[in-house]
Ligand binder design. Structure first.
Ligand code: PXP
Length: 245
């Protein structure tokens, strides 16, 4: 039986546009409400150390005002762990974070970073927050996620989305292989980063991937068609590729 595929809508870049002028518009919480009505299964937001887009107040309002499950993307720092434990989101996705990067470039090294990540994963698990680790589609990293006791991995689709032609196919095969490996070793498998209308289909068709987290493209497309329409179209393409009714 085909497993349902969830869409987590990442609203970070609604906050990027708001912050360009420092006021309250456009409001990411309103975007979350629109996304919910347009078919999102969850809302994803990355509270970065430098607060360049999502703010602490956004996280408070998203947990209090939005009924959909919140997936908090966070670096493995003491500050972010304390925030996650205070808000108790449905899920936390641990991502690497470097101040100078434009976006999350590359996945976590969960093998080399085992000792640093272990207490964070343990405390989130103990608090009942579903932990995912954002990693490259590399079997060694998946094995490292199991060693850490994380129940979920999110495969980084950035290299696949940026590649062309034969290289894109090669990058897709890395994701296919990693998703099959995740199933074998008992990890729930998600994917995301850089997905667009053109690249979402082959990833949505991988049957063991059960959640996609997508943001920047839909927020950009919203300028032309509106946010509800861009979320609904992404959802339609996912359903079509998955072969779901
Ligand atoms: N998943 C993770 C872990 C991310 O860090 C991001 C970007 O914040 C996304 C998914 C969404 O990527 P995009 O905004 O390119 O769709």
């Amino acid at each position: 039986m085909t497993r349902p595929l969830r869409l987590g809508v990442n609203i970070d870049h609604v906050a990027t546009i708001r912050n360009a002028r420092g006021g309250r518009h456009p409001d990411p919480v309103r975007a979350a409400r629109v996304a919910a009505e347009a078919g999102a299964d969850g809302i994803t937001a990355h509270l970065r150390e430098d607060r360049r887009h999502i703010s602490d107040d956004d996280i408070t309002r998203l947990t209090e005002e939005i009924a959909l499950p919140l997936n908090l993307e966070m670096a493995a720092t003491e500050e972010m762990l304390a925030i996650a434990l205070r808000h108790r989101p449905h899920a936390a996705c641990i991502v690497p974070e470097r101040r100078e990067e434009r976006t999350t470039e590359g996945g976590l090294d969960v093998v080399g970073g085992h000792n640093h990540l272990q207490p964070v994963v343990r405390e989130l698990n103990a608090a009942g927050i579903r932990v995912s680790l954002f990693i490259e589609p590399d079997p060694a990293q998946l094995d490292g996620a199991v060693a850490l006791g994380a129940p979920v991995v999110e495969l980084h689709t950035g290299a696949y989305c940026e590649a062309d032609g034969a290289d894109r196919e090669r990058q897709l095969q890395r994701i296919v292989t990693a998703a099959a490996h995740a199933e074998r070793i008992g990890l729930e498998c998600h994917a995301g980063h850089g997905l667009t209308y053109d690249t979402v289909g082959p990833v949505a068709a991988i049957p063991t991937i059960v959640e996609l987290n997508i943001g920047h493209f839909m927020v950009g497309e919203a300028i032309f068609v509106g946010f509800a329409a861009s979320v609904a179209e992404m959802r339609r393409l996912m359903v079509e590729a998955r072969g779901q009714a």
